[in-house]
Design a protein around this ligand. Structure first.
Ligand code: NI
Length: 174
């Protein structure tokens, strides 16, 4: 296992569109372990996408189980994810390990159905809501080169983190 370097805005590689995963092998699973370790050492990270560490494949991990009193599926590895259904809209504050100095208000679908594969190539279909759905939508945006900075509700909805807040766990970077 290894902690990987995270690309930080305005690194142009963050705009790259990632390719589907085709080989579900030990090398992929090793990478997923490294991605998860990298997410867990980040300050309060609840998700990470492969392109954030310079691997341009459609892989995201999400684990919002640290947040109390919400519905979630625990640790999720979502490979080649697609949103097959969405409903509702909700605005919430997001952070990102690739945008460490800012948080911003972003509108996301409140309920989603996601189809994906796990790290063994098994098909998954999951209904998600609210915070977990937000985290998945945020991470999936990274696969298409989109950051929360591109999704702000308005220009006023960008907030600079206080310096002492930069290492605090709130709000959770996605
Ligand atoms: Ni992010």
């Amino acid at each position: 296992m290894a902690v990987l370097d995270i690309l930080v805005y305005p690194d142009p590689r963050l705009k790259q569109i990632s390719k589907p995963v085709e080989q579900f092998d030990d090398a992929l699973r090793g990478f997923v372990c490294d991605l998860e370790e990298t997410m867990r050492v980040g300050p309060g990270g609840v998700g990470l996408a492969a392109p954030q560490v310079g691997r341009f494949e459609r892989i995201v991990i999400v684990d919002v189980s640290c947040k109390p009193k919400i519905k979630h599926h625990g640790r999720l590895v979502l490979i080649n994810p697609e949103i097959s259904w969405r409903e509702g809209s909700t605005v919430g504050r997001e952070g990102c390990l690739s945008v460490p100095d800012y948080t911003g208000n972003v509108a996301r679908s409140k309920f989603i159905k996601v189809r994906a594969q796990d790290e063994f190539g098994q098909a998954l279909e999951l209904h998600m809501e609210r915070y977990e759905a937000r985290a998945v939508q945020h991470e999936m945006d990274h696969l298409d080169g989109i950051l929360l900075l591109h999704r702000l509700v308005s220009r006023r909805d960008l907030f600079r983190r206080q310096s002492q807040e930069a290492t605090s766990p709130k709000p959770k970077p996605l």
